[in-house]
Ligand binder design. Structure first.
Ligand code: PHE
Length: 437
């Protein structure tokens, strides 16, 4: 049974695949907008601190649950403690809910890339979303690309595709960022992105602890979405990690790669958007930014078609590799639970995704509701329950033994981890939940 589940070829294969999952639309259309909203450099610094003090440890926690059980979330929690199997269910329901609407967005990415390639300019976003038949078709193409890779298995499909797409994405991000930096108009935007703007933490002319708290929660929420935490993915990917892998180090590399891409995405997006539309536009996020404002901004730049092509190709890679991780989690959960073969599971999940994606492809309102439910309700609850389970039921030592393979590898700051997982993290996730609701 364990053999059938597959495994990464080694530490590098795992790090690349997990990083490819983490680098997604969140890095591109949420991180820069958050930085612009919360005072540029202040947000960047806060994010970095939270990454070292929180993100890495959450990654280690989820990967440990996966590797210790060699199972996807539901069966993993059942194995650890039958009463807590609901956490596994949460972690499984989330990707099943996200995948159908993520596929619709993936379809738009294909549409934009194709339009720049063949026509030379961006399509009208209203017309794209208004054309249900085409949205469904593009979603199906995106789903097909995803399922082909998952069909071929963990190492031969998922890992291999990530080993091509992630480096290509990094190359494109660096290229576009360098191009943007060379434009003289980028200066003011760069300042806006990097220089701390303390006035964003002030209300009525004096410092506001409320605004500071809001900024910290925004950074935390951004981070746990960006690291693919609380969606079953890191548990599933962890279940394929070879015994010899140095897990604390790998977790650090995964998060580091994710953070670097987020910072570079800000370099690509903020300067031109700031020059074109000022502060307000730089603070916008989501599909409006990506599919409406950015194409308008690109049109004003030199070599606009090339820049847009490179940009939408990297967006497509980011979306596809994240979608592959969602799909892998769904397929693994289904197969672990029912004993089905991977290929049968993949086909079933494919049929489900395309069918369940229809309402989102047809109506934007439905897509927004699904997004709200997963990001603002289910994910914080899942993250909170995971921390309580590890902190108080399984015990922090469970993670220490697994992450270090009983002392073979070093885990930094374990004393701190104990406090984090028992007290700090649950409080923070509860605060995120309350602030989002
Ligand atoms: N880390 C991903 C991102 O930043 C989160 C994600 C993964 C979302 C998989 C959906 C699917 O976009």
């Amino acid at each position: 049974m364990e053999k059938d589940r597959g495994s990464w070829s080694g530490q590098l294969g795992f790090v690349i695949s997990a990083a490819a999952s983490a680098v997604g639309l969140g890095n591109l259309w949420r991180f820069p907008a958050n930085a612009a909203t919360y005072g540029g450099g202040i947000f960047l610094l806060t994010y970095l601190l939270l990454f070292f003090g929180f993100g890495v440890f959450m990654l280690i926690t989820e990967i440990s649950i996966g590797r210790a059980t060699r199972l996807s979330p539901i069966e993993a929690f059942r194995k650890l403690n039958r009463r807590w199997v609901f956490v596994g269910w949460l972690g499984t329901v989330i990707p099943f809910l996200i995948m159908p609407y993520y596929g619709v967005i993936g379809g738009w990415c294909i549409k934009y890339f194709a339009e720049y390639l063949f026509v030379g300019s961006a399509p009208d976003f209203g017309a794209v979303t208004g054309n249900a038949a085409e949205s469904v078709f593009m979603m199906a193409v995106f789903a097909f690309l995803t399922f082909v890779f998952v069909w071929f298995g963990v190492e031969k499909g998922v890992e291999r595709s990530n080993k091509v797409m992630l480096p290509a994405l990094l190359f494109l991000v660096l290229g576009v960022a360098a191009f943007v930096l060379c434009q003289p108009e980028s200066r003011p935007g760069l300042k806006f992105y990097f220089v701390p703007d303390f006035s964003r933490l002030c209300a009525d002319g004096s410092f506001s602890p409320m605004l500071l708290g809001k900024m910290i929660l925004a950074a935390l929420g951004q981070m746990f979405f960006s690291l693919s935490i609380a969606m079953g993915i890191m548990i599933t990917y962890g279940s394929y990690v070879p015994e010899a892998t140095h897990m604390p180090k790998s977790a650090f590399h995964i998060g580091f790669c994710d953070t670097v891409v987020a910072f570079l995405a800000g370099l690509i997006i903020i300067p031109p958007v700031f020059a074109f539309g000022g502060e307000e536009l730089a603070r916008s996020a989501g599909p409006g930014l990506m599919f409406v404002s950015l194409p308008q901004v690109f049109a004003q730049m030199p070599c606009s078609r090339m820049v847009a092509l490179a940009f939408f190709l990297l967006v497509l890679f980011a979306a596809l590799t994240s979608n592959i991780s969602l799909c892998e989690t769904c397929v693994a959960s289904l197969c672990d639970r029912t004993g089905l073969k991977r290929r049968t599971g993949t086909l079933l999940v494919a049929v489900y995704t395309v069918t369940a994606g229809l309402p989102s492809a047809i109506s934007l309102g439905f897509l927004d509701k699904a997004d709200y439910l997963t990001n603002n309700v289910l994910m914080p609850v899942c993250a909170f329950s995971t921390c309580i389970f590890i902190g108080w039921i399984a015990g922090p030592d469970f993670v220490r033994y697994e992450a270090t393979k009983h002392g073979r590898h070093r885990m930094f700051a374990f004393g701190y981890y104990r406090i984090l997982i028992k007290y700090l993290a649950p409080v923070m996730f509860a605060a995120i939940f309350i602030s989002l609701i």
